[in-house]
Design a protein around this ligand. Sequence first.
Ligand SMILES: NC(=O)c1ccc[n+]([C@@H]2O[C@H](COP(=O)([O-])OP(=O)(O)OC[C@H]3O[C@@H](n4cnc5c(N)ncnc54)[C@H](OP(=O)(O)O)[C@@H]3O)[C@@H](O)[C@H]2O)c1
Length: 314
Amino acid sequence: MVGIESADSPPRGPGHLLGGRPVGSIALGGAGMSLSAERDDCVSITAIRAAADGGIVLFDTARAYTTVDAEAHNEGLFAEALGSREDVVIATKGGHFRIDKSTWGIDGSPEAIRADCERSLRRLRRERIELYFLHHPDPTVPLAESVGELNQLRSEGKVAHIGLSNVTIEQLESVQDVATVAAVENRFPATEAPKDGMAEHCASHGIVYLGYSPLSGVMAGLRAGRFPKLAEVAARLSVSPQRVTIAWLLACRPDVLPIVGASRPESVADSARAADLALTAQDLVRLSTELLAATPRIRIATEKADTARRMETS
Ligand SMILES: NC(=O)c1ccc[n+]([C@@H]2O[C@H](COP(=O)([O-])OP(=O)(O)OC[C@H]3O[C@@H](n4cnc5c(N)ncnc54)[C@H](OP(=O)(O)O)[C@@H]3O)[C@@H](O)[C@H]2O)c1
């Protein structure tokens, strides 16, 4: 953790830069809008538009975030909601796809990546994808081959920036001579603060580090009544504990751009305002003590809750 002893959290600037372009300090992820059993496309489209109107720049989708009956459902929502707006960056991913209710597959072959990217271009109704990720390294395909194809797509102008998701530092370094990787998207629950050094590595190499599932441990902990200090700070400031958590994460980890997932417009609007919530140095320290100390218990609770949720939605 950095910057928590010295001062109150400062007002936010333009946030992270993707190839020199400001992309803000919070991204919106759309997986829940397709994978949740309670999905409502009209509500989701309203939520995405409200996020863009409220200043969110970076939106995260993927081929794999789809319903069993509608291929690329999630990309379709973003296409519908954002049209040809140029003030947003849509990040999408290939090489990972849904097979049936409970099974996803990985195919990182150059042919599959090209086909996925071209499908995404059609679905998003764009001539170029600003940020295109390999969703997961394929253990049966050398990573350099997958990334080589991404680089080829970039040189053809179909992709502006290349990203890798669910990778290790070793994997990232292994392809540094193959292509310039502009972003990494890995799991970063705020309460776990993963210690693999990836966020720090990205910061020192000018790579945007997107942290997904930032609230997962917090949601489970709140449900179990395990965060009294977080609840107290939220009540005192009359804001949601989720907003406080994201503000805390932004203050403590400027090297992480959290992708907050939300399906309701209220959640989106609430979380987006976390960038403007200044917490005192004292609150930051108290929250760090509580949220990070709870990690082992919360991780178990989170894994159980995530498993239950997957079973519910499959
Ligand atoms: N690259 C990968 O392999 C990968 C894997 C997983 C996820 N992701 C990306 O990361 C995104 C986020 O992941 P996630 O959905 O697991 O994570 P999350 O942000 O940790 O949690 C989402 C949950 O938080 C709730 N929430 C968010 N803001 C809230 C607020 N202000 N007040 C109350 N509740 C709030 C949402 O509620 P509602 O839905 O009710 O609004 C939803 O239930 C995904 O959408 C996806 O884009 C990437």
